[in-house]
Ligand binder design. Structure first.
Ligand code: DP6
Length: 355
């Protein structure tokens, strides 16, 4: 695709907010060009978002170096800028015309930066949406193609592919799910019971330390993991079981799978070489308390984890009152500084913003 001559000198700006997501069946292990070893499915979140604006200008010709400035939370950020340059380089075969553009990017997150919350999903999906919205304007396209947005997000960060859809996203080819693909995620909002549509995710920040293993390095460790093949089979089976539970509203099966997936993710890290233990004593303490609360009060709360020590507490909206008291009295004191809970819930996906 070449930029039409009459577009040289064109200036424009676009702004998008895009959410983070929390996986229920985890993506852990990849191959080739950012393809997942198994399918994954996630809730799109509502509060944890990146807000990115892109001001662009079409240059007379392609440049050897990408022309790009990047500000994060009001300050020029060279490490993040370099990551984006690397990303643009990696998609050069698909978007060669990016070299003919002067980019000014500004981004911020709605959640505190050093909470250990994965920001790559929201950041890369917000960036991909800005880039494709710009493409729409340069090439006079009528629509922004959501599959292309998911694909470009994926090339930035695998989990980001799922963030562009409202409510839920499913990514990764599954033999028994027709429209599933390794290239991009698919929206999964229409196939789920109402109880999941306003699920809560209270994020309990146990530690704000930088992760000792990046997710990219973590995925790579799956290549030498002796349990890897079994893991991929289990994940594909868990996908089938969870989509059935999502459809019927079977919370018992949902809880069983979600907690097993979280613990399996960490078990895989613990038995990789080198091994990583990312759980902290208070993570385990909270897990015990959550399981005991569930049993004692017959309230369907469960936990999941990312590649870090923080607990995501998942529960249906109708139990908000009881769970809020439990969080305040039992879990919050175990968080970092005794006061680190982010209240989130299932959300409606990205939005284009006005200036
Ligand atoms: C544990 O999407 O952050 O959160 O593709 O290398 O950017 P890259 O990895 P990333 O991995 C996320 C792993 C996870 C599970 C999940 O979100 O499915």
């Amino acid at each position: 695709m070449e930029i039409p001559k009459d577009k040289i000198g064109l200036k424009g700006r676009v702004k998008w907010e895009s959410p983070s997501n929390i996986a229920l069946v985890k993506y852990w292990g990849k191959f080739g060009r950012q393809y997942p070893r198994n399918s994954s499915i996630s809730f799109t979140l509502s509060e944890a978002k990146s807000i990115t604006e892109l001001a662009y200008e079409i240059l007379p010709e392609a440049q050897k170096e990408y022309q790009l400035s990047f500000e994060f939370e009001g300050k020029e950020n060279v490490p993040f800028r370099n990551k984006i340059v690397k990303f643009l380089d990696s998609v050069e075969d698909l978007y060669p015309y990016f070299r003919q553009i002067q980019f000014h990017l500004k981004s911020k997150n709605t959640f505190p930066h050093s909470t250990g919350i994965a920001s790559s999903a929201s950041a890369m999906s917000a960036l991909a949406l800005c880039l494709l919205d710009m493409e729409k304007e340069i090439f006079n396209k009528s629509n922004l193609d959501i599959n292309a947005a998911s694909l470009l997000s994926r090339l930035g960060s695998g989990s980001a592919s799922r963030s562009v859809f409202p409510t839920m996203g499913l990514w990764g080819k599954h033999a028994e799910i027709n429209s599933s693909s390794n290239d991009f995620a698919i929206g999964y909002e229409n196939q789920i019971h109402d109880i999941f549509k306003d699920f809560h995710d209270d994020i309990l920040i146990v530690s704000k330390e930088e992760k000792s293993v990046s997710s990219t390095a973590g995925h790579a460790l799956m290549d030498g993991n002796p349990y890897a093949e079994q893991r991929y089979l289990t994940a594909q089976n868990n996908i089938l079981r969870i989509i059935d539970a999502l459809k019927t509203g079977d919370l018992d099966v949902f809880i069983e799978i979600v907690e097993q997936e979280a613990l399996t993710l960490h078990a895989l890290m613990m038995c990789s070489k080198p091994s990583f233990i990312l759980l902290k004593p208070n993570t385990l303490r909270m897990i015990e308390l959550i399981q005991a609360f569930r049993k004692e009060h017959k309230i369907p709360v469960c936990f999941t984890l990312d590649a870090g020590p923080n607990i995501h507490l998942l529960y249906p909206h109708k139990y908000l009152k009881e769970v809020s008291i439990f969080v305040k009295e039992a879990l919050k004191p175990l968080t970092k500084d005794g006061n680190s809970v982010l209240f989130d819930s299932v959300g409606l996906g990205p939005n284009k913003l006005e200036f």
